[in-house]
Write a protein that binds this ligand. Structure first.
Ligand code: KG4
Ligand code: ZN
Length: 338
């Protein structure tokens, strides 16, 4: 069975075709980074309009690449995300579902991230601990099975991707900040500044990144007053990255130990961070799984594979779901009932 995946929750238009027999057949992505960069962040209205322009050509491109005339099912991101942007994907999925008379499955964006490693040749078996780290979420989840998610910890304030983005902005780096900050950090000394490792001295599995962000802000201000910000930007970036990664890794290891889990999945945009990938693999005694870099950040392939695993959740033709907020742990195992 071939499932078309559509992702339009934020600033990437992602489309992919996934076969339940042969794996990923084709995928395509259009990034809106250039459109939003001048504003220093995502402008929702611009995002929606660009999805409208890009989506159908990408669907055609993916189908023709795969040599498939029409898929057997369609999966689209129904939330969480920017509602206007989500409605573009949902509207397209509903229209195509009607035209092709095929099932249409609404997919939770973070479940897509969580299941992205299932696209790889060596997918993780359940149960596992998921460290889900993106621009909007930082979560530690005990994944018992598909749709059985126990939230062990989440962020009390900024998501870690947001902390990367805001720190990058403080350092005068463009949007999106995470990859730019990670690149700058390669040239810096990560022991130059002793930034806090938030929440490590507290019980529980929650994160908080606002204290770390404030500590960086104070150092940036001091350096600017001294007139040597340029010479220590890379050191600040490296020290921030080290503090953030140490916190994520330590918290993930503790949660895995506590829940008795022997596998960890790292997914979401920040999962593309090389230091995080290396540290968690070096320090965790069990198995670590992460999707390849391109499937950490938003993409259509993860939505297609999640939809393929949730075909039982197909909705009546014409229904369009778009939810800005949608807690991951409110999901259930796939069902055929309403
Ligand atoms: O999953 P994603 O593409 O979109 C959301 O669902 O939010 O994640 C985007 C986030 C942004 O905050 C971006 O700065 C961050 O992931 N990111 C990174 C890296 N690549 C993307 N953060 C740190 N290091 C990276 N290499
Ligand atoms: Zn995402």
């Amino acid at each position: 069975m071939n499932v078309l995946g559509i992702e339009t929750s934020c600033d990437e238009t992602g489309v992919a075709l996934y076969s339940t027999e042969h794996g990923l057949l084709a995928d395509a992505l259009h990034s809106q980074v250039d459109l939003h960069a001048v504003y220093g962040g995502v402008v929702p209205e611009i995002a929606s309009r660009d999805h409208v322009r890009r989506l159908l050509p990408l669907v055609k491109q993916v189908l023709s690449h795969a040599g498939v005339e029409r898929p057997d099912a369609i999966a689209y991101t129904a939330g969480p995300g920017l509602v206007g942007a989500l409605m573009v994907g949902g509207g397209m999925a509903a229209g195509l579902g009607l035209a092709w008379d095929c099932p249409v499955v609404p997919v939770h964006h973070m479940e897509g991230h969580l299941l992205a490693p299932m696209l790889e040749d060596d997918p993780p078996a359940f149960p596992f601990l998921a460290l889900l780290v993106s621009g909007g979420h930082s979560m530690l989840i005990s994944v018992h099975a598909l749709g059985e998610y126990e939230l062990l910890g989440s962020t009390l304030d900024d998501a870690v991707g947001e902390a990367f983005d805001k720190t990058a902005k403080l350092l005068g780096l463009g949007y999106p900040g995470g990859p730019a900050l990670a690149a700058l950090a390669e040239h810096g000394n990560d022991a130059a500044f002793d930034f806090p490792r938030p929440m490590l001295n507290r019980p529980g599995h929650d994160f908080s990144f606002s204290g770390l962000k404030t500590a960086v802000m104070i150092e940036v201000r001091k350096a600017a007053e001294r007139g040597d910000l340029d010479s220590c930007r890379a050191d600040i970036a490296a020290s921030f990255q080290r503090a953030a990664v140490d916190t994520l890794v330590e918290k993930a290891l503790r949660a895995a130990r506590h829940a008795g889990l022997e596998r960890i999945v790292v997914a979401g945009g920040v999962g593309a961070n090389r230091l995080l990938r290396k540290e968690i693999a070096d320090r965790f005694p069990g198995e670590v799984y992460y999707p390849r870099m391109a499937w950490c950040t938003d993409n259509g392939a993860m939505i297609a594979v999640a939809g393929a695993m949730r075909l039982a959740d197909a909705r009546p033709i014409g229904e369009i779901r778009a939810q800005a907020r949608w807690p991951l742990d409110s999901l259930a195992a796939p069902t055929t009932s309403d």
